[in-house]
Write a protein that binds this ligand. Sequence first.
Ligand code: ADP
Ligand code: MG
Length: 693
Amino acid sequence: MPKLYADTNLQYIKGVGPKTAEAFYEKGITNLEELLQFYPRTYEDNRIATKIASLKPGSRVSLIAEIYSIQSNSHSRRHELIIQDSTGQISCSFFRLPYRGYFNQFQRGFKVKVSGTVSIYRGKLQFNHPQVSLLKKDEVLEDKLISVYPELSISSVKIRSIMDSALEAFNNKENIITLKEVLPLWLQKEFNILDLQKTLLNIHKPNIKDAEDFLNFKTSYQKRIIFEEFFYLQLHLALKKYGMIEQKSISMKKQTKLVNNFLDSLGFKLTDAQATAFNEIESDLYGTKVMHRLLQGDVGSGKTLVALLSVLTVIANGYQAVLMVPTEVLAKQHFKTAFSILKKLGFKTELLTGSIKAKEKKQIVEKLSSGEIDFCIGTHAVIQSTVKFKNLALVIVDEQHRFGVGQRNKLHSKACNPHFLVMTATPIPRTLSMTVYGDLDTSVLKEKPKGRQPIITRAIYENKKDKVWDFVLKQITAGRQAYIIYPLVEESEKLDLQNVTDSYEKLKNIFPKSVKLALLHGRMKSEEKDQVMKKLENKEIDILVSTTVIEVGIDIPNANIIVIENAERFGLAQLHQLRGRVGRGLHKSYCVLISSFKSSKESFDRTRILENSDDGFFIAEEDLNLRGPGDMSGLRQSGIPDFKMANIIRDVLTLKEARLAAFKLIKKDPKLELLEHQNLKSAYKKYSKNFIA
Ligand code: ADP
Ligand code: MG
């Protein structure tokens, strides 16, 4: 046998044929070292619990039992298997079956293996949605955790057997396999991070004694891997931030008089939060370094005003500013607010959206490049390559979660080192903002303008709909306006569109003829949408039936009730956004969240969180806890990579450590030039290809 080295091609490992090798190559794994660092994503719990009688709530177990009874009720949507062994019985309960006819494979008396978490329901122990499989003849169950690897084009059994040979080779003293450690020693010591060698000896073959910790991702082996995953991302952010600090920018002069004139013309005072945020922005603008700031504020907290003050400061210094928003409706609304105020102060604002006629657009583009326009508000149209500025110094992106990182960067590249302000009403929980916006400074508008009334929120099931319509009618009779919202999600866009149009027709029959309804959805032409919005503002429409196109920014103070159907299909943060469309005036406002009967109790209960909270940050955090980051609207595209093992919620402490470590490292060695950081540097380069920002 020839000796094996860390960089020996994996073809030389026992059991690896061309097909297997190919499967690994596809994932960029070519040699022994890389193979050993192909870590299990998680573990399957294959421990066998002793007996049903010994089960304790909260524990995750597998056990072997016999089917006692099978009950499936498609009306109540409850499906139940009762299993038993010599010591007792327990119920396996399902809200939704994994697939139609799932229960057909089972019969009374069949032996099954059941894996799941023991929970308590109405004082009795049960399994909720466990995995149940028929026990094969002669199947022997081993008492162990089984490594589950990321998917490849070969079977997981094969992957595990290859891993066994690789570990064998690694442990064989004949071979000389030294692994490249990427995390510098000082960092391992300071942050209590296990070295690579120990990690991989244990991670592939977890010790059954530590099973509980392994299953909960609490072992120091897993921590090492999770830390490393977070660390690359945080290093990325730290490098970006450091790079930005170095960037010089145009420094502005204070514009006290104009700013005061502007504030005087408002008819209300800035909230303390707005004043603080503007101060923070101002001091960025007066400095010599580029501003990179995130302005976070719940719906209705008055971000636009802070943005306009910043714009004013910049254009009064003789430079240009641009504001990009996600929808045309919103662009127009901002334009309406900004245009007249800025005109009075002697500045020219222009609107640039996709629906503006080519001829007019050409004129606007010319005026932007000649510098005749001071401030441009627009949609995606502003990032087209034809759009050039004379001396752009401030870029603002509103409702930034609606944009991909690419679009943001494109706008940013329209000038040389412009000051950069991104605004978001999706209150991003701290854990997340750390991963995504770790490179930005943050200002938060926690407080809302005075005089806002809390929005009374009720979550109900669809059987109470009639009462809701009665209530809506009462509000309309009193002179108010209402929104009725239907979901529109990408996968089933066609069906949903049908849903909103059908409902619109139905609602027309429910309300008396005198009530004027209108329909609004994203597929309508922009002129049509404009007309609807104009009519809504002029109170020519009483009820707007709409999809979530109204989610962002729409401001109609007379509207005081919003009804959301199929509320269970929305994320909490999104529901909160939608709710923010009301409660904008002096009228008492209401939000009704209607869940369909089809929804599970869990998702109904989830909507009830909004009954008791109007704190966007709290709601977003709950949403994150309940649904995980993948579901948070728009966060996918905002730059969080898919981690292999790390989970930003579960592993938040490790995330914080990784962040601390990364910033510490960059302070020590800003360009990663030290010898002890060279392995890290090349690993980071490889890894950072996954980061889109
Ligand atoms: P958002 O943060 O959701 O973008 P907006 O900027 O649209 O909020 O502001 C919501 C409403 O509050 C607007 O009608 C705006 O004119 C008003 N507003 C903003 N600041 C104040 C304030 N300090 N006092 C009273 N009303 C304000
Ligand atoms: Mg806004």
